[in-house]
Ligand binder design. Structure first.
Ligand code: SF4
Ligand code: SF4
Ligand code: FES
Length: 251
């Protein structure tokens, strides 16, 4: 049965803004993005929202719903009671452009700072067969849709603009881990993750993992193993010596 839901939607720009109240129709099976579209169609034609696929795959409709980082297109209205007020605000960690749209260029900058996959220069096509276990490890990380909800959630940068230069965030520490664990990557990703991308600032709270719409075990499978490698290099003399003598041939 259709009903009228109470919505509070943040409207404004980089200078100022406020929550505005709306009463809007909701139909069975709808998601929050449907309601935002209905607001645009009926009450707020200039309401800015970013979206593309409406299928949880493009990563562009990230926002905060009742204070929790979520995809607008994957949050069903049935999550809330009919009496509940649904509050929709832009991601807090990134500068607002307008209404629900934020400037996420911080993430593209950090992406550029991670050196790309570096296979051995003399490796010919067909020379190497990956083990299934190595394929599966990369595949988990490559499910990332770059919604940046994990980046938005991480307390290291969420209310600490001053940490953004030193900290690349869970999505890009995970990218460093993906490459570090790749059997053919010859670059040494461990020191740069720690020193250039701020791995040491992560205190494994797992908040990033909790909000990931792809259910990637960011903390357990990427961040903690990278931290273990950092610790092994620092405190285990055998690992330290091995890292010096057997610098990745990996073929
Ligand atoms: S586990 Fe690390 S990267 Fe993830 S939210 Fe916590 S501090 Fe941030
Ligand atoms: S790791 Fe998950 S939460 Fe982070 S950007 Fe990728 S899909 Fe989004
Ligand atoms: S619109 Fe593509 S993930 Fe929501």
């Amino acid at each position: 049965m259709p009903y009228k839901a109470k919505f509070k939607v943040w409207r404004g720009d980089a200078e100022s803004g406020e929550l505005r109240d709306f009463l809007v129709e909701v139909n069975e099976g709808e998601v929050v993005l449907d309601i935002i579209h209905r607001l645009q169609a009926t009450q707020a034609p200039d309401l800015a929202v970013r979206w593309n696929c409406k299928a949880g795959k493009c990563g562009s409709c990230s926002a905060e719903i009742n204070g929790r980082p979520r995809l607008l297109c994957m949050t069903r209205m049935s999550t809330f009671t009919e009496e509940e007020t649904v509050t929709v605000t832009p991601m807090r960690t990134f500068p607002v452009i307008r209404d629900l749209v934020t400037d996420v260029s911080f993430n593209y900058q950090k992406a550029r700072e991670i050196p790309s996959f570096t296979p051995p220069a003399d490796l010919a096509p067909g020379d190497y067969r990956m083990q299934q276990v190595d394929v599966q490890r990369s595949q988990e990380f490559r499910k990332c849709i770059e919604c940046f909800l994990c980046q938005n959630t991480c307390h290291v940068v969420r209310d600490h603009e001053e940490n953004k230069e030193a900290f690349s965030g869970p999505r890009f520490l995970m990218r460093a881990a993906e490459l570090e664990f790749h059997p053919l990557d010859t670059a040494d990703r461990v020191p740069s993750a720690q020193e250039d991308h701020g791995l040491g600032l992560c205190n494994i709270t797992k908040c990033c993992t909790e909000v990931c719409p792809e259910h990637i075990a960011i903390t357990d499978n990427a961040l903690i193993p990278m931290k273990e490698r950092v610790a092994d290099r620092k405190y285990d003399p055998v690992v330290w010596l091995g890292s010096k003598i057997f610098r990745r041939s990996k073929t």
